[in-house]
Design a protein around this ligand. Structure first.
Ligand SMILES: C[S@@+](CC[C@H](N)C(=O)[O-])C[C@H]1O[C@@H](n2cnc3c(N)ncnc32)[C@H](O)[C@@H]1O
Length: 257
């Protein structure tokens, strides 16, 4: 279930020439329009906004509102991935920054599975999705995890700025500096931490036992492998500075050192 590619292709070279993109004008870096086709970007944002509006709009009419919260969170997540990149890292923004295109069948399959689990169990046994008692506590905890996970993910992307890239970098670029401030002082991989708990929080909101286990296993494996590879390159790029940073910080995803 890949949310972020580890493709080594380079989409992010920043230059200041007038004839190539992205371009710097009056000290402001503008995104490469050839990778951010306005029709595709506006249409994607419009559709995300409409779906979000529909699911917010019919919240008052429903007894079990968790599916609405799930879809609203998905729309907000994909919008924010593009928006935060465009705002704080315009040299690397790309239509793929929505993390909607080319995410793989596994990503779509996992969310479809989660929604189906909830709908099927609710249809067969409506009481399984009550919001009373301990189930209410699980749903509330899930909402808190989802919101905090999203905030941590977005804040990490803002803090890392031009050092953040959805594509794992295998070559050091000129504008890539080691980030150790803000959330990075407390978490070694805050955007992965945020995404991990955001996704598990959503399964708690749906009261989905199977999907919770599925998401926890698949995401843990994905981030464990990803962090291992990412850190090998970060040691190559920043040497002892990264080794020292690593020894002073934790990932805070269970069982990932
Ligand atoms: C999707 S970003 C994720 C960043 C970080 N792993 C996180 O979870 O917040 C991946 C890119 O961030 C870069 N990166 C990761 N940690 C970094 C740090 N502390 N300082 C600078 N670059 C970092 C890696 O080189 C990689 O190309």
């Amino acid at each position: 279930m890949s949310i972020e590619s580890s493709d080594s292709s380079d989409r992010s070279s920043v230059n200041t020439s007038d004839s190539e993109l992205p371009v710097m004008i009056n000290d402001h870096l503008y995104a490469d329009i050839t990778k951010n086709q306005p029709d595709l970007i506006t249409l994607t944002s419009y559709i995300l906004g409409i779906v979000l509006g529909i699911f917010i709009g019919n919240l008052p009419n429903l007894r079990f509102k968790s599916i609405n919260f799930y879809i609203i969170s998905l729309c907000a997540f994909h919008f924010l991935e593009y928006f935060i990149t465009a705002r704080y890292n315009p040299g690397k923004v790309h239509a793929d920054s929505f993390l909607l295109f080319g995410n793989g069948k596994e990503y779509i399959g996992a969310h479809t599975f989660a929604l189906m689990e909830c709908l099927i169990e609710y249809t067969i046994w409506p009481q399984s999705r009550t919001t009373k008692g301990w189930k209410g506590v699980v749903i509330t905890s899930g909402i808190v995890l989802t919101v905090l996970g999203q905030l941590i993910r977005s804040l990490a992307m803002k803090t890392a700025g031009q050092s953040f890239s959805h594509i794992l970098k295998r070559k050091k670029e000129e504008d890539h500096t080691l980030v150790t401030n803000g959330l990075y002082a407390y978490f070694r991989h805050p955007s992965y931490f945020g995404f991990f708990w955001w996704a598990l929080g959503l399964q708690m909101v749906l009261l989905n036992p199977l999907s919770f286990i599925l998401f926890a296993g698949v995401l843990w494996r994905f981030f464990n492998q990803r962090i291992n590879i990412e850190e090998k390159y970060l040691v190559q790029f920043f040497g002892d500075d990264y080794v020292k940073y690593k020894s002073n910080t934790k990932v805070w995803i269970p069982f990932i050192q």
